[in-house]
Write a protein that binds this ligand. Structure first.
Ligand SMILES: Cc1ncc(C[n+]2csc(CCOP(=O)(O)OP(=O)(O)O)c2C)c(N)n1
Ligand SMILES: [Mg+2]
Length: 1060
């Protein structure tokens, strides 16, 4: 092994950095402009045949030789033998022994030259093969319009953008249509004939100028094929002419394969085999007919909609009709491979067609959506038809197995649904114990502009291989119509392809000309097999065009005149494919016409039925039903919430596990031993702090069969080092213990996972996870509360309005560390004002005091926002989240300093059976004894309570100032505040917050508090002044501000004579 490495290392050229270093060491002046050149290490300088590509080849050959010395040419056999026995660099090569004994020295010399040439030619052929594999996609015919531009302008530093244009991958060539659209004649190859000059020219572009010394005269020479190609089929050697032809057929037709960046030899070999094996792309007549029938449906569906609703926006699929057979092929193949459940996410383009012809939503329900009573706005709010989700279980006709297909509802925000789909997929896998993704998988569809432009795509890709987030391979399909609304790719992205982002996770990328349905079907089959074999992501790039404007109302000629002139000339793919099949005798013209008439009739009949539909049920568009959780009418089974308290035994048991290491032979850090001991002491004293309260809530729910998943940055230990849910053995790498999973024998599993450094992606993922089942507590914790704003899209588009838009409930919990602690503008505020501003309760209406008020309010709200001031209340709100008979998102502003505050502890007494979450914690001290004497009622929320209570004590104002805490901000506890304001009838009401006046809670609580007093009493403000930043960066200023607002809070004259 060591020899092998040395040998391979010796054969490798120097890297650029080594080169520069060597040059500077030798005292040579180093130019700041990089000079291209090759410098080899001295020992192998004598090996004239080495270059970057050939050294790779030699390495591959070396491995093959190690396995079987006869697999390589005799001369290489000798070379490797010598190198292996320690021959110095440059001396390992030996010419083969002479054939006859009587050779003259002249003929010996001649023979050496011949062998040199032979070796060089073989190397050249290997390099040629490799060049096709690496860069063949650059010269593929991907453009359905056939107006490619080859642009190898060497004056450009980088490879020109849109490599596939150069590569003839683009069906239209439209990217350049408005620039320059001539194809150099010498690059217009015919697929049948082989012109070496043309090939040379093409390859020159692929191989930095050289044709490896091969010439016309070499075309009929026979060359051994390396093990890294499959073009030979059963043959091990082929004439050069045939090698080139087969490489052209494999890599330069309508499929461009990008895979050589994958750093796994087995995976590369697998792909080579799929695309190089002669006659790999063969279809039966039956398969061709099915493909045609699917194209008929796809095409005629759009035509039908166009006929019936010509002025409606539908974001039609025209120009990429092949998407439907493509998806169906992926689904068929995956179903054959055992997949039972597919979760899909997709944008607007072709969505109705996918719903109708892939997921098989009843056509009449789709047609209903075009009823004029329904708004059909382009982007934005509401449930427009091209945003709705769907769930359907049916038999897959090809595999004859059951398959569940769901399309996740999404907002307009392109690509935002990607992590949501992944999270839902992960959850479905989890509930089926599908640890390898053999039963459940996801398919994500993308537009070319969005795929390249949206950062969430990258964030989602980076989840794909993380243990707690992987879905074991996603198939991505890009509808690459080479335009985004009115913007050309040349001004919309800086990468050659829209798919380059997928390279970061080593996903193979199959570019395919959308006007060649068989090629599309082939790559889709390969993509499904890839996913099934390697359980890794793969991308199918459907290079196509958009026949109409962005939507059916848009005029594309304003901005892409040449492109659209070309598009107008373009024959529909259905027509082209039908002509192909009729000319091959696979179908007759009559059969084709009958197939179309049959589908048109289906559409017409559904249209008639749709006229009878009187009501449109959004719940028919639900993507994630929760069987058994609701009544058959979709209502909660009760409108009560059971007690969230726990027995003393249960608290003790959980507390004991939380303060121990429940496995043998496990060494934890000394500091942690102290922490666990401290927990043990607390349990003995029947007390909990924040971390222990969380433990109690989680542990008890696990016992009730509720899966818990806590995800976010550094959540395992906890950003503030308070949680320690994962213990690490100090002596053994990767040996960990999660005590929470050692509570009971039959408990539900607990997942706690540090996430990638992403908020948008990870929050979206957890939202998707929570979507799959109501019987799991799924929590996402931000490192600091303010970081949630990089996930704002998930909050604004999914979490806050999700139920209103898609009748889909979700019980996700957001833990957002919050509090002004002098840590600067960032890390301080979780921006409560934003969450409160999005609450749907009416500030001016005090709800009727009924028995079920609390649950009713919770049922009506779009989300619950709390700021707990005690561990017990945190414990209760977590448990209530699951014990409620419905699900709502829960936003919790969590503390930082309170995690260790000596007063922020709760007794077991507050967590026993019969206890519950307190929406408000009312004053119960001296002030409450004689409420009519109280001068001021201070209302507050969260940690500032402790500062207020301390200051009140210092000032001896306990009888004059009452402090009541609002723990649940939304839905607002109108009843509690009304009661308090009545109780302290002579007191001024003051809202106190540590946040700035234009932030925090004031704007939200003020009208609500006033409503409880019939707007008769003012609500004064004590807190920081308005500001643009959430907090000061200066510690001293921070303390001064604190002092100021505490002064205001307890200066009983502060609001005198200020009027109302
Ligand atoms: C995040 C986001 N930004 C902007 C838009 C507005 N928008 C809607 S469609 C579109 C163009 C999308 O182009 P592409 O991804 O190529 O899909 P196509 O419409 O071509 O199928 C834009 C910019 C959006 N929907 N989402
Ligand atoms: Mg596009």
């Amino acid at each position: 092994m060591h020899r092998l490495r040395t040998c391979a290392a010796k054969l490798r050229p120097l890297t650029a950095s080594q080169t520069v270093k060597n040059l500077s060491h030798s005292g040579a002046a180093v130019s700041r402009t990089f000079q291209q050149g090759r410098f080899y290490t001295a020992p192998v300088a004598a090996e004239p045949f080495l270059s970057g590509t050939s050294s790779n080849y030699v390495e591959e050959m070396y491995f093959a030789w190690l396995e079987n010395p006869q697999s390589v040419h005799k001369s290489w056999d000798v070379f490797f033998r010598n190198a292996n026995t320690g021959a110095a660099p440059g001396t390992a090569y030996q010419s083969p022994p002479p054939l006859g004994a009587s050779l003259t020295s002249l003929s010996q010399a001649q023979s050496m030259i011949n062998v040199d040439k032979l070796v060089e030619d073989h190397l050249a052929v290997q390099s040629l093969i490799r060049a096709y594999q690496v860069r063949g996609h650059h010269i593929t015919k991907l453009d359905p319009l056939g107006i490619n531009v080859v642009d190898f302008d060497e004056s450009r530093t980088a490879f020109p953008i849109r490599g596939h244009h150069v590569a003839q991958l683009d069906p239209l060539g439209i990217l350049d249509a408005d620039l320059e659209s001539s194809v150099p004649a010498n690059l217009a190859t015919s697929s049948n004939g082989l012109d070496i000059a043309v090939c040379k020219e093409r390859l020159k572009k692929l191989t930095v100028g050289a044709f490896y010394g091969l010439d016309e005269s070499d075309l009929d020479k026979v060359f051994h094929l390396p093990t890294t190609t499959f073009i030979g089929g059963n043959e091990t050697a082929l004439p050069l002419r045939e090698i080139i032809r087969r490489m052209e057929m494999s890599y330069c037709q309508h499929i461009g394969v990008e895979f050589m960046f994958i750093n796994d030899l087995e995976q590369c070999q697998w792909i080579r085999q799929k695309f190089e094996t002669p006659s790999a792309m063969q279809f039966t007549n039956e398969e061709k007919r099915t493909l045609l029938a699917r194209l008929v449906r796809s095409t005629r569906f759009e035509e039908f909609l166009q006929r019936k609703w010509s002025s409606e926006k539908r974001f039609g699929l025209e120009g990429c009709e092949v998407l439907i057979p493509a998806l169906k092929t992926i689904i068929d193949k995956s179903s054959e491979n055992g997949i039972e459940n597919i979760i899909m996410g997709m944008p607007h383009r072709g969505r109705l067609n996918v719903l109708a012809n892939v997921i098989r939503k009843e056509l009449e329900q789709i047609f209903c959506q075009f009823d004029s009573k329904l708004e059909a706005a382009d982007e934005g709010t509401g449930d427009v038809k091209y945003h709705l989700g769907m769930y359907h279980r049916r038999i897959n006709r090809v595999s004859n197995r059951n398959i569940t297909l769901s399309l996740v509802a999404n907002p307009s925000h392109l690509e935002a649904v990607d992590p949501v789909v992944q999270g839902k997929t992960k959850a479905e896998q989890f509930y089926l114990s599908d640890t390898e993704g053999k039963k459940v998988m996801s398919i994500l569809l993308h537009g070319d502009a969005a795929f390249a432009g949206q950062g969430i795509v990258y964030e989602t890709f980076h989840l794909s291989d993380l243990p707690s987030y992987t879905t074991h391979g996603t198939i991505h399909v890009v509808v690459n119509n080479q335009i985004g609304f009115t913007t050309d790719p040349r001004v919309a992205r800086s990468s050659p392809y829209p798919t380059d982002v997928a390279r970061v996770v080593n996903a193979p990328i199959f570019h395919v000309n959308g006007d060649d349905p068989e090629a599309v079907m082939y790559v889709c089959n390969v993509a499904a097999e890839w996913r099934n074999t390697f359980h890794k992501d793969v991308v199918v790039d459907l290079v196509c065009f958009r026949r109409n404007g962005h939507n059916e109302m848009d005029e594309p000629m304003f901005t892409q005149p040449l492109m659209y002139k070309q598009i107008k000339k373009q024959k529909p793919v259905l027509k082209k494919y039908a002509e192909k099949l009729t000319s091959e005798g696979v179908v007759s013209q009559q059969e084709f016409e009958e197939e179309m008439a049959k589908y048109d009739k289906i559409c017409e009949e559904a249209y008639t039925r749709s006229k009878d539909e009187k009501i449109m049920h959004i719940k028919h568009w639900l993507d994630s039903p929760w069987p058994g959780f609701f009544t058959l009418d979709g209502q909660p089974k009760s409108m009560t919430c059971p007690s969230t308290g726990l027995s003393e035994d249960m608290l003790n048991h959980i507390g004991k596990v939380a303060s121990s290491v429940p496995v043998e032979d496990f060494t934890i850090h000394g500091g942690l031993t102290r922490i666990l001991k401290g927990r043990g002491e607390m349990v003995k004293n029947r007390m909990v702090d924040w971390a222990l309260a969380e433990y109690m809530a989680f542990g008890s729910l696990l016992n009730e069969g509720i899966h818990i998943r806590l995800s976010g940055q550094d959540v395992e230990r906890g950003t503030f080092s308070h949680r320690h849910h994962v213990l690490h053995d100090q002596n053994v790498d990767k040996k960990t213990c999660i005590p929470m999973n050692h509570l009971w024998p039959n408990q539900a599993p607990y997942t706690v996972c540090n996430s990638s450094l992403s908020e948008y992606g990870v929050l979206g993922f957890e939202l998707g996870f929570a979507m799959a089942s109501p019987n799991a507590l799924v929590l996402w914790e931000a490192q600091f509360g303010d970081f949630h704003n990089t996930a704002q899209c998930i909050i604004d588009q999914f979490i806050s309005p999700g139920q209103a838009k898609w009748v889909r409930q979700n019980g996700i919990v957001l833990l957002l560390p919050h509090g002004m602690e002098g840590m600067g503008p960032e890390h301080s505020s979780a921006r409560p004002e934003r969450f409160l501003q999005m609450c749907n309760d009416d500030p001016d209406v005090v709800p009727k005091l009924t028995e079920d008020l609390v649950v009713r309010q919770l049922y009506d709200t779009n989300w619950i926002v709390v700021n707990c001031s005690t561990p017990a209340n945190y414990f209760h709100v977590l448990r209530r989240q699951i014990l409620l008979p419905f699900r709502k998102p829960l936003i919790i502003f969590t503390p930082k300093s309170l995690l260790r505050h000596p007063d922020a502890k709760s007794s077991f007494d507050l967590m026993l059976p019969g206890t519950e979450f307190l929406r408000g914690i009312v004053e119960d001290g001296a002030a409450a004894q004689k409420p009519e004497d109280v001068k001021r009622l201070l209302l507050c929320t969260g940690k500032v309570y402790y500062e207020l209570a301390k200051e009140r004590k210092i000032r001896g104002l306990e009888s004059e100032v009452a402090i009541t805490r609002v723990e649940q901000l939304s839905p607002f506890p109108f009843d509690i505040i009304e009661q308090e304001s009545k109780k302290y009838c002579n007191a001024e009401i003051v809202w106190c917050q540590e946040e700035h006046k234009n932030q925090g809670y004031y704007e939200y609580v003020k009208p609500r508090i006033r409503a409880t007093t019939h707007r008769e009493r003012p609500v004064w403000y004590a807190g920081r002044e308005p500001a643009s930043a959430p907090a000061t960066g200066n510690k001293n200023t921070h303390l001064q501000e604190l002092k100021r607002f505490l002064d205001t809070s307890f200066n009983l004259d502060a609001f005198k004579n200020l009027g109302n």
